[in-house]
Design a protein around this ligand. Structure first.
Ligand SMILES: [Zn+2]
Length: 698
């Protein structure tokens, strides 16, 4: 029955699209990136249409919260790989479809997702939920000249269109809305909306259990008179930590840093001591700090909401709530009481630090806020509400806080289904050879907005010439930024694979990057800069290091300024040895500039040598004639300098220049010496700008 239905469907598609197009559909290799809301729909559509060679990548495992709309998954699949289960599920939909290959991995960081992997497909289709992965797939498809079909949804709105380098705009041709952020002082001192309190709570999460130095609430606590052991025993005693904290207050510092310092093992393993530590942290954050700021007079001068210190004793019922939430969370859809917030905050901290694995991860700064981690979410929700109550701002349910904290727009299954259907249609059109710029689709399910039309079409705009991804030649450097050293990058990659001779590496710190002032740069030329940096992993270099997404410029004045711009993508080599780290390096895109410059340089040197030889013969003849005539053969340094400069900028075929060099500098240098002389790095003020300008025009 299923088989005859499939045969009937295939006959319909043959009639609609044409047998030749359907043959391409059956034989083409298609990569689907993402097996979530859109991916499940898309795989089903592609299999039903008759795509014969599908592969799917997803890094996630199935969560209970996926089951309502990611319809290929069932309760028994929770915890298993999304891509594997999705591939299994859709294979049964069409007995004529071939096997579907699934990959459980991160499309950005996974070692196997190299340029060759992408080149193995005729078509790539995105079914992703985040900008970083979309940008990466876009970049890889541009570099490997694959056609990409991009689609996405936000609530009731969605879109789908084809991207082909040079023919259409790419994913990054248009600026993306940046995640809304708030001034640090609003977060730290003057919140007036729930979202400010939630942002503060996420920073507090980092301070308490995550990467503390990266939190905007972090203040260095390096007073030498309070060694850590003394501090934690004082904190363990709870509010008695106040005198030490007040000493800090007199110096204008925040008073909570000592109280939120992570408890040591002796405290963590002692239930009573850990509970006391948690209360000490509560007291410092919600009472002492507020009291101190109020006493300073002008801290809240401009604040819309003035805070009231919150002693734990005012949080009625916190002890019972703490006890209850140690075993069961608060109801997610109801706004909790003050006592419940306080109890939930204390129990979340105790649960966190009584777990040795979480404790260790926290000490190593490895715990990042994840809205889907129940304990992290509980801590943030409780802290956000306590902060809100302190400032007289409305408290919210954990569900509401989660949707704000995770910037979640609710996913609508119907929008995903429409977007996936359009992507599948675009896939057939792409294989049929239709112009990729023909159609871009906007989906709006709410008819009030679109005037009654669910799907409207338009042409895909052309590439944006100013686009940083498709508007200029860039290479992608895939490597393990945490393990590959600067020396390995220079010797193995830049001088090895790319053919540089004396690469000069330059990158800038990203905005507000930890450990680097905004706008700071890193520039490195071996033999001139600090050699001790060579042994450092790329991520540990100054100016924020070389990390995923960073743009690195490499140029080489030994090769006439040959220049390559590279976008770095971090690839995990966990568990692999040094050889694995070196072997994992991949350069994608056009990096012919150094080789071309080297070839041009060698050709030029050869030509110069030939001309020098013939000019020397001519000069000898002229000198003989001049001697015979009694003429003057004074040299002139100015002319030599001009001649030398002009020669560097020209193709070296100007006989006058050659003659002047010969006249001033004596016998011609052999090519090898000439090239070593030109290796000198020009000073910025004299030669840098003209060279760069010339390269820019090329
Ligand atoms: Zn672009």
């Amino acid at each position: 029955m299923a088989s005859s239905a499939a045969a009937g469907r295939a006959a319909v598609y043959d009639a609609v699209f044409g047998a030749d197009v359907m043959e391409k559909v059956r034989s083409s290799k298609v990569l689907v990136v993402g097996a979530g809301g859109i991916g499940c729909e898309l795989l089903k559509d592609l299999v039903l249409v008759g795509f014969g060679h599908l592969e799917v990548v997803d890094l996630d495992t199935i969560d209970v919260s996926n089951l309502n709309r990611q319809f290929l998954f069932r309760p028994q699949h929770v915890g298993q790989s999304k891509s594997a289960i999705a591939a299994q599920a859709v294979a049964s939909f069409n007995p004529r479809a071939g096997p579907i290959v699934s990959h459980h991995g991160n499309i950005i960081r996974g070692r196997m997702f190299s340029a060759d992997f992408f080149r193995g497909f005729d078509l790539v289709i995105n079914a992703l939920d985040n900008q970083a992965a979309r940008s990466h797939v876009n970049r890889m498809c541009l570099a490997t000249r694959r056609t990409l079909i991009e689609g996405g949804s936000t609530g009731f709105a969605g879109q789908a269109h084809t991207i082909r380098g040079g023919a259409t705009l790419c994913y990054d041709c248009r600026p993306k809305p940046v995640q809304k952020s708030f001034p640090v002082c609003t977060i730290r001192s003057t919140p007036d909306k729930p979202v400010h309190c939630i942002a503060w709570a996420k920073e507090l999460h980092a301070l308490l259990v995550g990467d503390a130095p990266n939190s905007v609430l972090y203040e260095p606590d390096d007073a030498p008179d309070h060694p850590p052991a003394a501090a934690s025993s004082a904190a363990a005693a709870g509010p008695t930590a106040a005198p030490a904290a007040d000493a800090g207050a007199s110096r204008g510092e925040s008073v909570y840093m000592r109280a939120v310092r992570r408890p040591d093992d002796a405290v963590c393993d002692d239930t009573a001591a850990l509970a006391a530590w948690a209360r000490g942290a509560f007291d410092a954050l919600f009472r002492l700090e507020i009291e101190k700021k109020l006493s300073m007079g002008d801290a809240y001068r401009t604040a819309r909401c003035r805070p009231t210190p919150l002693p734990l004793s005012r949080c009625h019922g916190f002890e019972a709530a703490c006890e209850a939430t140690l075993s069961a969370p608060l109801p997610a859809h109801r706004t909790p009481t003050l006592g419940e917030c306080a109890g939930s905050f204390l129990s979340a901290l105790q649960t966190f630090f009584s777990d040795p694995a979480r404790r260790q991860a926290a000490r190593e700064g490895r715990v990042a806020f994840d809205k889907d981690d129940d304990l992290s979410m509980r801590l943030v929700a409780a802290a956000a509400n306590l902060r809100a109550i302190t400032f007289g701002i409305e408290a919210l349910s954990e569900f509401e806080i989660k949707s704000i904290a995770g910037n979640i727009v609710p996913a609508v299954a119907t929008t995903n289904a429409v977007v996936a259907g359009l992507e599948a249609m675009e896939a057939v059109r792409a294989l049929a050879g239709r112009d990729p710029a023909d159609a871009s689709y906007a989906v709006v399910l709410s008819t009030g907005i679109s005037g009654g039309r669910t799907v409207s079409g338009d042409v895909v705009p052309p590439p944006n010439p100013a686009c940083s991804e498709c508007g200029r030649a860039r290479v992608i450097l895939r490597l393990d930024t945490k393990r590959l050293t600067l020396r390995q990058l220079i010797r193995g990659v830049l001088c090895g694979a790319l053919g540089f001779e004396e690469p000069n590496i330059l990158f800038a710190a990203a905005e507000a990057e930890e450990g680097a002032a905004t706008g700071s740069h890193f520039s490195f030329l071996e033999d001139e800069d600090d050699a001790s940096l060579l042994g450092l992993p790329l991520a540990a270099l100054p100016a924020g290091g070389v990390t995923s997404g960073k743009l690195v410029t490499v140029d080489d004045f030994a090769l006439d300024g040959a220049r390559v711009e590279a976008v770095v993508v971090h690839v995990d080599c966990e568990g692999g040895g040094e050889e694995a780290v070196a072997a994992a390096v991949e350069v994608v895109g056009d990096f012919s500039a150094p080789e071309a410059a080297r070839a041009a340089k060698e050709a030029k040197a050869k030509q110069a040598a030939q001309q020098a030889a013939s000019a020397a013969a001519a000069a000898a003849a002229a000198a003989a004639a001049a001697t015979a005539a009694g003429g003057d053969s004074d040299s002139d340094d100015d002319i030599v300098a001009e001649g030398s400069d002009a020669d560097e900028g020209s193709d070296g075929s100007d006989d006058d220049d050659v003659f002047e060099i010969l006249e001033g500098a004596g016998p011609p240098s052999p090519p090898s010496e000439d090239s070593s002389a030109s290796r000198k790095r020009p000073r910025e003020d004299e030669d840098d700008e003209p060279k760069r300008a010339r390269l820019g025009e090329a």
